[in-house]
Write a protein that binds this ligand. Structure first.
Ligand SMILES: Nc1ncnc2c1ncn2[C@@H]1O[C@H](COP(=O)(O)OP(=O)(O)OP(=O)(O)O)[C@@H](O)[C@H]1O
Ligand SMILES: [Mg+2]
Length: 381
């Protein structure tokens, strides 16, 4: 029996689902500079979609076009089936939370949250009730009379979130929502954001340049580079099956080896790398012409490090010397020198507490690195 796909969790796989947002060949030029370069994108209801990319790659510009603060130079944007070309920001079913939260400094927390509803002329009673609910949801009830400067970064972030959500948009655009928070608060807030999103069923589009954040939050991620999408996929797809060296290096760490395909079998390929000398036997489905130049990416956690040689050493194994060890408590990172130049990084969980305080593998020791045939990814660009 074939496995049933749960389309509620993964609507993008449902052939009958209509995307909530459809971006079609959208470009944005500023003078002769191209900030967004002919992108296509479909986002479905209830998704928490991340735009991930380095500084200046066009994330904010794309978000601003979705919100209506910027007009595409070409292409079209449909939201909920309606072409947004002539729809002004305040008539779109979206709300945007800006990169800097842009709270009103002279207003209290509750007035900041109430602002959008007041401006829309909502009745006083209703405003009071909705503000109450919103403050309770983001756990700010006790700070309602404070002004923004009397709040922590995380609390300010929650005010901005409450202010954006109170108008019950169908879609919320968040530009670097957690950038101002320290690591611990950031992680905590990531989960809060996910819970909130699930509770409200609002579609979130989140911009971030933090790959861990994107991995934690998203249903899907679009990796962006100089105005274009390099890859769109679930966090697992992007991490385990990057489509290019750029994506492999951008998301997590990858050891990259250049080589040539020396064997193109029906169920495997062999890639021969010269520097370092190593044969990669890769057993997952791909067909690449013999002789082609490719890159093999192997994630640090998928490499085994050991003082004993693995059973078979002609493929999927290299010998080296430990150059550096980074002890992180739960895991250790080994930087292993192969030959004179090449460094391969391995992360390994510290499963056992060393009895005599000595690490199981020490600096300058000779070690064997090995990996499973399913671990390497072959990249052609
Ligand atoms: N109004 C503008 N006029 C001219 N150039 C602009 C304008 N707005 C953005 N740009 C340029 O477009 C490019 C993309 O900018 P954008 O703000 O979208 O980047 P970003 O991906 O959000 O970066 P960051 O992570 O630093 O916020 C940048 O090179 C920027 O300088
Ligand atoms: Mg930006």
């Amino acid at each position: 029996m074939s496995q049933q796909i749960d389309y509620n969790d993964r609507p993008w796989l449902d052939p009958d689902a209509e995307p909530f947002i459809k971006v079609q060949s959208v470009s944005k030029h500023f003078g002769d500079f191209t900030a967004v370069d002919s992108v296509d994108l479909e986002i479905y209801k209830g998704e928490l979609f991340c735009l991930l990319g380095g500084s200046g790659c066009g994330k904010t510009t794309l978000l601003r076009m979705l919100a209506g603060f910027e007009t595409p130079s070409s292409g079209s944007i449909l939201i909920d089936g309606i072409n947004m070309t002539d729809v002004p920001p305040y008539e779109r079913p979206v709300n945007m939370m800006f990169q800097s939260y842009a709270l009103f400094p002279h207003m209290t927390v509750e007035n900041n949250v109430a602002y959008g509803l007041k401006r829309d002329g909502v009745a006083k009673m209703e405003i009071a009730q909705r503000v109450e609910e919103m403050l309770a949801m983001v756990e700010l009830t006790q700070f309602r009379k404070r002004k923004p400067h009397q709040l922590s970064g995380g609390q300010r972030q929650r005010v901005a979130l409450a202010r954006a959500l109170i108008k019950q948009p169908k879609m919320l655009l968040l530009d670097e929502p957690l950038a101002a928070l320290d690591k611990r608060l950031r992680e905590q807030t990531q989960y809060e954001l996910m819970n909130l999103q699930e509770k409200l069923g609002v579609t979130f589009v989140v911009v971030t340049h933090d790959q861990e954040e994107a991995m934690t939050l998203s249903t899907r991620i679009a990796v962006m580079d100089v105005g274009r999408f390099q890859q769109i996929g679930t966090p697992t797809e992007i991490y385990e099956f990057p489509n290019s060296r750029l994506v492999a290096n951008f998301i997590g760490n990858a050891n990259m080896f250049e080589g040539r395909v020396s064997e193109n079998g029906t169920d495997h390929v062999v890639v021969e790398s010269k520097d370092p000398a190593c044969n990669f036997y890769i057993d997952h489905g791909m067909s690449i012409q013999e002789g082609s130049k490719v890159w093999v990416a192997v994630r640090p956690e998928k490499i085994k490090i050991s003082k004993q040689p693995p059973g078979e050493t002609s493929t999927n194994s290299i010998k080296g010397m430990v150059g550096d060890i980074g002890y992180l408590g739960g895991t250790s990172t080994y930087r292993v020198l192969i030959g004179d130049q090449r460094i391969v990084e391995i992360t390994s969980p510290n499963l056992n507490r060393p009895k005599d305080g000595n690490p199981p593998i020490d600096w300058d020791e000779e070690v064997y690195l090995s990996w499973e045939p399913s671990s390497p990814v072959v990249l052609t660009k």
